[in-house]
Design a protein around this ligand. Sequence first.
Ligand code: FES
Length: 192
Amino acid sequence: MPASLHGVDLAVWRSASGRLSAWKDRCPHRGMRLSHGFVRGETLSCIYHGWVYGTDGGCNRIPAHPDLVPPAAIKAETFACMETHGVIWIGTADAKGDVPDLDGMQGLRSMTFACHADDLVRALPEFDATRAGVLRGETAVAGHPAKICLLLQDGGQARTIVHAMCAAGDDGIAVSRWLEGLRRQTEEGMAA
Ligand code: FES
């Protein structure tokens, strides 16, 4: 899957055994996007010339030179990553590695809002915004209280990617509609 973090294009992939990897979306050979590649077992192969990379990012095989042991220097650029509660966290070099406590929450959907994260904080004054990039609170959704957590990612160009979570057992479809309404309301507020 292609992804983006702080303007860096990434290829995020999961091996057959379930191991998660996040790499710069650039093949060390000729720069093809690795997110166009394909997973076979514990490897990711580039779609262009078929170079094969292991989960550590190292090149295992160059099909045009089957007898060659690829030099260790041929390596995809890797990022630290982990997964909790259905959310994948990817760390840049300066990441501290602490993630919010999301116990009892489950991933719902991700959506791009044409606004800054601060606009969302202002639109939800009843939500707790004490931790940067995390908005959490309880609000009425379709007549019922719902616990919601919004993880805010800078999408560049005045956009925010919102990764929405709701409490396990809550009505995800209703929360999803609430989120769409929030986007409409926030973007209309920006346009006004
Ligand atoms: S560009 Fe990836 S194998 Fe050539």
